[in-house]
Design a protein around this ligand. Structure first.
Ligand code: FRU
Length: 747
């Protein structure tokens, strides 16, 4: 590399807080040039010169100085090689550098050599999935090598995940560098409910262990902020109020303020803006803080719907899987109660389900109260299935005899359990990846503790959607007729099979059909034990609504009512928004029936709002397109194709007797559009412009007869006065829009 010179005395124009440079430092290499200069690279991993930040397919690389660095992700993680410097004389007390990437002391090493021998070595911090590409300062004390001739070698012999190293800015210095200190601790007498940990998204992940009475209680990988925090993650330490707990961090820069910044408090930091944040979905569940993915443990128990969820309480991205917990009496207003399953020695807490054990088959019941039992995956090595129980829906105890199901393959996870009344047995469906194939394993149990395999269903079908992780299994009446029932096996992408089941064997009649037709929908689950003769089957999915800049990330879809509807092709699953959502209507404009011609004025012009619901039943007749704009997001019905187009994404939406029914929900983070009696469900993460509150409707190609048209402004489920209606009933809407002359009837 052009500028690369050994033993160059430099004055640094760029200095960061964590890398201080003395004027008499000697630069070994800054990797700012187009090639490696006199340094010699072998193998593929180094390419022909330094990288300028992240390479294709790599997460954000930060913490290097200037524009270039050594990044051995060239050719991906599997590429290997070495890079060697020219010799130089050791003339200062320390060799300092920036290092990041994978952790492997043998195969991923920055080495100092004297006489061909490795005399010092350093590696990166990451040895598991997740993590950060950030470089951090580190150094060697080389006082014993003064005056000797040395060289640097960077070795990448590692393949697979984190099989690369990032290195930059090698220098000699007499100023003791601020390197990483190992196992830094802070003891804190607990006086409040929470410890508030400072988080900076993208900072190096530190292993943070909470120790109580000398024992490790929980261990998380946390992007601790060394300076100003992006947000504060509350760690609930109420169980140890009055005691002194210790937080231990595996490594921190010597000048880090991460531990000293931790504060205590009984509420959350920034509590005042809770649920009012600009990108908080206002009628979609999202965690107060941190990341969510799959809904878990969905069950109705003691008058409450329970929603557990895959939660990273300490990060904006996936990681540290806990089971978060929220309850609702009406499926709309949720109260988050804190994490219930924390990672333990068996691993992080992956997805699973919940049942009410009415007959106390498990023996976990107390004083005649049936236990609520959670069935989850502990995703360590081995990855196993476990259970936990509660008799109050608040406090949960992990079963002492865990695991209840040993590892089948490393890719076995997401148990969904149900009671099969006819055979009086529990049934579990479990995703098992076997030889790179997707399979669903079926098990029986008399007591939720002992499980035996009854069947293996292949999830793959050529040319069709596949049944992947997070299976669900339930029975539904066809067309609402309780005498005609079918079983549905459904998986994470919402693909499903319909068939029969005798308590042990599922026989698919139609398999691998497409479920939802939108984007950003994954890992749905249905509630167990919903009471009522109408046998409601209500599903929620993970709604992948990324909320940059917020203290939380992702959310859940609205609750969806599932039914089986007979079509010309056989029974098909339909998805419709639950009727409970109607309680959110704050102002309504009911235009009833009307005919709309091309060029007519926008009939929805008077409706403005941030949170909206629009319903229409229409006969397109000769029209070619029916065009809604929902806060600037186009929702178009393409009559010829019989397709719904939501934000340019197309989905089949068949007419029924020449009629289309349409329901649109719009929140700050996404739209959910339903058509064709629920055969077409299009979730769509999209963030309408905050200032655009408009609604419009026009038709093209011919007049359209609307049998019904209505629009509603909705209130927030979080911040509006809560009308906790009993499940199923609906509070009356308050008219807010100007009165109109249209018929007040609803379809
Ligand atoms: C689906 C999933 C599950 C797993 C969980 C881990 O999104 O990959 O299979 O249990 O997420 O968070």
């Amino acid at each position: 590399m052009k500028k690369l010179k050994t033993l160059l005395i430099v004055a640094f124009a760029v200095a960061t807080a964590s890398v201080a440079h003395a004027a008499d430092d000697l630069l070994i290499a800054d990797f700012e040039g187009p090639d490696y200069g006199a340094w010699k690279a072998t193998g593929e991993a180094f390419g022909s010169g330094p990288a300028r930040g992240a390479l294709a397919g790599q997460m954000q690389v930060e913490g290097f100085l200037g524009k270039g660095l050594v990044n051995t992700f060239r050719g991906g993680d599997d590429a290997t090689g070495a890079l060697s410097s020219t010799p130089f004389k050791i003339e200062r007390r320390f060799v300092a550098f920036l290092i990041g990437g994978g952790h492997n002391e043998q195969k991923l090493a920055l080495q100092l050599l004297v006489d061909g021998r490795v005399v010092r070595s350093a590696t990166g911090p990451n040895d598991r999935s997740g993590g950060s590409e950030a470089l951090a300062p580190d150094s060697w004390d080389v006082v014993d090598l003064a005056g000797q001739t040395a060289s640097i070698r960077i070795v990448d012999e590692a393949k697979g995940g984190w099989g690369h190293l990032n290195v930059d800015h090698l220098r000699q210095t007499d100023t003791r560098p601020k390197g990483l200190q190992k196992n830094v601790e802070r003891s804190i007498p607990v006086t409040a409910r929470y410890l508030h940990l400072p988080i900076r998204n993208g900072a190096p992940k530190r292993v943070v262990t909470l120790m109580v009475d000398g024992k490790s209680v929980v261990r998380n990988d946390i992007e601790l902020a060394d300076g100003s925090a992006d947000w504060w993650a509350p760690m609930d330490v109420s169980a140890w109020r009055g005691k002194t707990v210790t937080l231990r961090v595996d490594a921190l820069p010597a000048d880090s303020v991460a531990l000293s910044a931790i504060e205590q408090g009984d509420g959350f930091k920034d509590e005042g803006s809770m649920y009012r944040e600009p990108l908080r979905g206002q009628f979609h569940f999202s965690p107060k803080r941190g990341w969510n993915n799959d809904p878990n443990g969905m069950v109705f128990y003691n008058g409450e719907y329970h929603l557990f969820f895959q939660h990273n309480p300490y990060g904006w991205d996936w990681g540290n899987m806990h089971w978060g917990h929220a309850v609702s009496r009406d499926l709309i207003h949720w109260e988050e109660l804190g994490d219930k399953l924390l990672p333990d020695d068996m691993g992080p807490m992956f997805s699973g389900s919940a049942v009410v054990d009415w007959k106390n088959t498990s023996g976990f019941g107390k004083d005649g109260k049936p236990p609520l039992v959670l069935i989850y995956t502990a995703a360590g090595n081995p990855t196993v299935q476990c259970i936990a129980y509660s008799t109050d829906g608040r406090k949960f105890t992990k079963f002492a005899g865990n695991p209840v199901l040993k590892e089948i393959t490393g890719g076995n996870r997401d148990p969904k359990v149900m009671w099969h009344e006819a055979s009086r047995k529990w049934v579990m469906v479990l995703y098992v990846e076997r030889q790179k194939k997707h399979t669903i394993h079926f098990f029986n149990s008399p007591n939720l503790r002992d499980w035996s395999l009854t069947q293996i269903v292949e999830g793959d079908a050529p040319g069709k959607p596949y049944l992947f992780e997070c299976p669900d299994f339930f029975e539904l009446p066809v067309d609402g007729d309780p005498t005609r029932r079918k079983w549905v096996l459904l998986a994470a992408n919402s693909a499903y099979a319909v068939g029969t089941f005798d308590g042990a064997r599922f026989v698919p009649e139609q398999s691998n059909l497409a479920g939802q037709r939108g984007k950003g929908f994954y890992a749905p689950q249905t509630f167990s034990d919903i009471p009522g003769a109408d046998g409601r089957r209500i599903q929620m999915g993970w709604f992948q609504t990324a909320t940059k800049g917020m203290t939380f990330n992702q959310s859940m879809t609205v609750p969806l009512e599932l039914r089986l509807l007979t079509t010309a092709d056989g029974p098909r699953l339909t998805f419709t928004p639950v009727r409970e959502l109607e309680a959110l209507r704050a102002g309504s404009q009911r235009l009833g029936s009307l005919s709309l011609a091309p060029g007519a004025k926008n009939p929805l012009a008077k409706v403005q709002g941030e949170l909206l619901e629009v319903r229409a039943v229409l006969k397109p007749g000769p029209a070619t397109h029916i065009v809604f704009s929902i806060r600037g997001v186009p929702v178009v019905y393409d009559v010829k194709q019989q397709e719904l187009v939501v934000a340019q994404h197309r989905a089949p939406a068949p007419l029924h007797d020449g009629t289309l029914d349409l329901i649109i929900y719009c929140d700050r983070t996404g739209l959910e559009v339903f058509a064709s009696r629920g055969l077409c469900y299009v979730p769509m993460p999209v963030q309408p412009k905050p200032e655009d509150r408009s609604l419009s409707l026009e038709v093209q190609g011919g007049a359209v007869v609307f049998k019904n048209l209505e629009a509603h402004e909705l209130q927030s489920a979080w911040t509006a006065r809560k009308v906790m209606t009993p499940a199923g009933s609906v509070s009356p809407a308050r008219p807010a829009f100007p009165a109109n002359t249209a018929s007040p009837t609803r379809p």
